[in-house]
Design a protein around this ligand. Structure first.
Ligand code: 2P0
Length: 330
């Protein structure tokens, strides 16, 4: 094997993924719905996979153990198996560094598993092309499948039981549309529940889960058309609808899944008030209390200043569309 280093950027879903379909084996990690995302500039994971005497995983220069390290090593096994090499996987040293906002609250699993998949595949001299690597990254984390490209990306739900058609593909490159995403960090409380367990609870108990799944394809088609037309108000309307529908589905689970805090709602209302004043921002939010706001480049700074003044807001990062991942082999 070789040594390889990959850099992949994180992404935020504009049309959301929430829920998994049954699969065998379960670790195929097949989403129940497709999703559409924007890959972000600057916010990234850099991961090196190199031969070593024993397996190890360092995250941000600290040795990691337990389930965190086990998930990474299981993913190396998947990549090795996919590569079809004879014999046991060589032992590896994995080092990963996340460049994500210091206030945290932004999941590293998307950029992390994308970078790990690319670095491991290159280290194992396996090059099936990015679409197949996207399907492999999905098995580490659903959102990671989308971080195999920069710009705007779609992950299809797929229909095949082996998940081979459940992979992402680029819709528009980084240079297509100079939008901004504001990441508005609000007060954090204890995390309601992890995404994987939360999705399962919603599927098993939320009366809104069926309608959520049934209506997502229409949102994807409409969002893709609005994106192609660079129509911010129409795309904004769809991304808010997808976000609120997902959170309604979560909240109607038993027990309820509520990721939002008071400040989350205060920011959402502030964005809507500012929109009435002509600052066109559109909100989305994931499995946490922070709010992300999509807006035009020429209104981003003013919106950021106004949102920093909302009580409960700790920081606002302004981020643009991000690039494709890169891989270096040595
Ligand atoms: C998304 N989220 O589309 C949605 C919106 C959270 C809310 O993808 O179980 O870490 O590893 O496949 O990808 C977060 O879930 O979940 C996520 P798994 P993942 O971005």
């Amino acid at each position: 094997m070789k040594s390889a280093r990959a850099v992949a950027h994180t992404n935020i879903a504009l049309v959301k993924y929430w829920g998994k379909r049954e699969s065998s084996p379960a670790d195929l990690n097949l989403p129940a719905v497709g999703s559409l995302s924007l890959t972000l500039d600057r916010l990234r994971s850099e991961t090196t996979v190199a031969p070593a005497d024993q397996d190890s995983f360092h995250l941000n220069q600290e040795p990691a153990s337990g389930e965190v390290a086990a998930k990474v090593l299981r993913h190396l096994d998947r990549v090795w198996q996919a590569a079809g090499h004879a014999g046991a996987r060589p032992t590896c040293e994995v080092r990963s560094h996340n460049y994500l906002p210091t206030a945290a609250g932004l999941a590293s699993s998307a950029s992390g598993f994308a970078a790990l998949t690319l670095a491991a595949a290159a280290a194992f001299e396996y090059d099936p092309g990015r679409p197949a690597l996207s399907a492999l990254a999905r098995r580490g984390s659903g959102s990671a499948a989308r971080s195999l490209w920069g710009g705007f990306v779609r992950l299809d739900r797929g229909v095949l039981p082996d998940g081979s058609d459940c992979r992402a593909y680029p819709l528009q490159p980084q240079s297509f549309w100079d939008v901004r995403l504001l990441i508005v960090h609000t007060e954090k409380g204890p995390k309601a529940i992890g995404s994987t367990a939360g999705m399962q609870r919603s599927r098993d108990t939320s009366p809104y889960y069926g309608p959520w799944v049934d209506t997502s394809e229409a949102d994807l088609a409409a969002a893709e058309a609005a994106l192609a037309a660079r129509d911010l108000p129409v795309l904004g309307d769809i991304l808010e609808h997808s976000c609120f529908k997902m959170h309604a589905c979560m909240m109607a689970s038993r027990p309820p899944i509520v990721y939002w805090r008071g400040a989350t709602l205060d920011v959402i209302h502030a964005v809507w008030r500012l929109r009435a004043e002509g600052l066109r921002g559109y909100v989305t939010s994931d499995a946490g209390p922070h709010v992300k706001v999509l807006c035009a480049e020429d209104q981003a700074e003013e919106l950021a200043v106004r949102l920093r003044a909302v009580p409960g807001v700790h920081a606002v990062d302004v981020v643009g569309p991000g690039p494709d991942p890169t891989v270096e082999v040595s």
